[in-house]
Write a protein that binds this ligand. Structure first.
Ligand code: WT7
Length: 569
């Protein structure tokens, strides 16, 4: 096989001629696909679910298949409409109004999806939190967003510092509870009416807050609006290539943007059956899911593919996954070896896609009907202008590495960083949105990812800010100073490595380092805990006191240290 270029496979794809479409595309045309084009009344939850539920041909089609080791449940579009209506009524009863922030902190479950859609139906802003977050991570997000309500489970409630969050007025508990302080999800759902008058909003009204990490400061709230549906819909149609009879599975958790844009909006805006898998990853479970539900379109991540790859051929052999017709990847660089393995294991190309929490939807992609160059993220979506720019905002010629940038705006672009206008402004230069990634574009217009330009760490596709980890580390009584970097790792992309100095009276020992690791894990989350901790004599800092992570990284990799003129004495 020629791994320089893998030609398009034959099939009937929604987007047949990428180059032609790129030249003629206009977002205005996409608007005509939506009911609000005529009615002027907008709500993304309506377009996602109710529109299909109100269509006799689609009402009884399975919208959601939930599968976990201990539970399986299916809901049609019509049932999902009713359930989300019921929850919207519960929210109304408890005085949730347009613009209020309502957070969700629970494992993937049908209740999550009913609640999420209910929040949108009342015009409130949903804030999904990854279930692995620990107290500090939960607190930071609820505090910053001034969330009024939280939907969680009795098990997770002990990670929520309820008494220290003055804005958090109400808690809904999903699960057995005899607490009278909180709202009982099941009890109130039972009493709630199945019909609800949707809150019609403006296209520019808020619907979603996703917290994500940068290289400095606490996690920031990336604010998305209803208008994003234009791009969710169109990318799911052309990139995921969703068609009427597809069964689609996105492996991402809705605590991350992939799990909302493409685990909720993309598939359902296109009226497709959506598989949601709970429980833990194992190659057997995953292959069994592909087989049992006859999954045809599958969106996952390089880390997962690499794990499946290392499980070997014997892991896939017992399963019939012949319904699979289209496979996609996002979150970190997709190695050509993984694509070669996919050609072997699935007889299919794995299509890389590039985007970010801030971009709201896919921007640079590989398309089923376009030749693919393994290692490349592909080409910009129609309607999207992508380029490589220098630090002054000038476009660079092909094959020159620089800042990967997108002409602003586009439909699903974030509209704010919650309460931090200067932070939001700092993303833009000369009309370009600057991604923080470095890349180059080749003569044929394919984009090639090179790395992050800031200190943000990408571990197993999850974005971790070094500052957050450093802050937690120095809260440990033994730690004086800390500097945190991403260290290359064959399976996880990067792992988190911490350099620390110890306070007087503490000596380095395996037990102490493990204790420090556990401290971060219990405070923040498992994925943010450093896998490696090295005790150093000093943490290199600039004269103004900034940790020089770049220098730590050079040490770690045995590379030349470059310019150290700002290093303190
Ligand atoms: C960062 C964004 C929205 C997708 C999930 C991650 C990295 C994303 C790719 C790719 C190489 C990628 C970038 C980006 N990234 N996709 N196809 N190839 N790197 O969203 O947590 O906001 O992270 O993930 O560095 O800036 P996120």
């Amino acid at each position: 096989m020629n791994m320089q270029r893998i030609e398009t496979m034959t099939g009937n794809y929604n987007l047949e001629n990428y180059e032609e479409m790129y030249k003629n595309f206009n977002w205005e045309e996409v608007k005509k696909e939506f009911s609000w084009y005529d009615s002027g009344k907008v709500n993304i939850a309506y377009e996602t679910i109710d529109r299909h539920a109100d269509n006799p041909d689609k009402a009884d089609q399975t919208a959601l298949i939930y599968t976990a080791p201990d539970r399986e449940e299916k809901l049609t579009f019509s049932e999902l409409k009713q359930k989300s209506n019921q929850f919207a009524n519960v929210l109304k009863k408890h005085e949730i109004e347009k613009g209020d922030r309502v957070f969700l902190f629970m494992p993937r479950s049908p209740e999550f999806y009913m609640s999420f859609l209910g929040i949108l139906k009342v015009g409130a802003i949903a804030g999904p939190l990854f279930e692995a977050f620990m107290e500090q991570a939960v607190r930071d997000r609820l505090e910053d967003s001034e969330a009024k309500m939280l939907i969680t489970t009795p098990e997770l409630l002990n990670r929520v510092p309820v008494n220290e969050l003055p804005n958090l007025e109400k808690i809904v508990l999903v699960g057995d509870t005899n607490s009278s302080d909180h709202i009982d999800f099941y009890k109130e759902m039972e009493q709630a009416s199945k019909s609800f008058d949707i809150e019609w909003v403006d296209l520019e009204d808020g619907m979603l807050l996703h917290y994500t990490s940068g290289s400095t400061g606490k996690p920031k709230g990336v604010y998305h609006v209803h208008n994003a549906m234009l791009q969710h819909y169109q990318t799911a149609k052309w990139v995921l290539d969703l068609q009427k009879d597809d069964v689609y599975w996105c492996t991402a958790d809705p605590g991350w943007v992939t799990g909302t844009s493409y685990g909720i909006f993309g598939p359902w805006l296109n009226g497709v059956t959506n598989v949601i898998v709970g429980g833990r990853f194992s190659p057997e479970n995953w292959y069994k899911t592909l087989q049992d539900y006859k999954v045809s379109v599958w969106y996952s991540a390089p880390t997962a593919f690499r794990k499946l790859m290392s499980a070997g051929e014997d892991a896939v052999k017992p399963f019939d996954i012949s319904n699979l017709r289209h496979v996609l990847s996002v979150g970190e660089p997709l190695n050509p070896e993984v694509i070669a393995w996919g050609m072997d294991a699935f007889k299919l190309r794995i299509h890389d896609t590039w985007w970010m929490t801030e971009t709201g939807a896919q921007l640079i992609c590989n398309y089923p009907a376009l030749d693919m160059k393994p290692g490349s993220m592909g080409k910009p979506f129609p309607g999207i202008t992508a380029s490589i720019i220098d630090n002054e905002g000038n476009e660079l010629p092909p094959n020159q590495m620089g800042n990967l940038a997108i002409k602003a705006p586009w439909p699903s672009m974030m509209r704010a960083i919650w309460k931090r206008p200067e932070k939001y402004e700092s993303y833009f230069l000369n009309g370009w949105y600057v991604s923080g990634d470095s890349a180059y574009k080749d003569e044929e217009g394919y984009f090639w990812f090179q790395g992050r330009l800031d200190d943000v760490i990408n571990t197993s596709g999850e974005r971790v800010g070094p500052f957050e980890v450093e802050s937690k580390l120095i809260e440990h009584e033994a730690v004086a100073e800390a500097g945190v970097i991403g260290k290359p790792d064959p399976e996880r992309g990067e792992i988190i490595k911490a350099f620390i100095t110890l306070n007087d009276g503490y000596n380095k020992s395996d037990e102490l380092l493990e204790d420090i690791r556990q401290f971060v894990k219990k405070g923040l989350s498992a994925h943010a805990a450093p896998r490696e901790i090295e005790v150093a004599d000093k943490i290199p800092k600039t004269r103004s006191g900034k940790i020089m992570r770049r220098l730590l990284k050079s040490w770690e990799l045995g590379l030349p240290t470059g310019d150290t003129s700002t290093l303190e004495e």
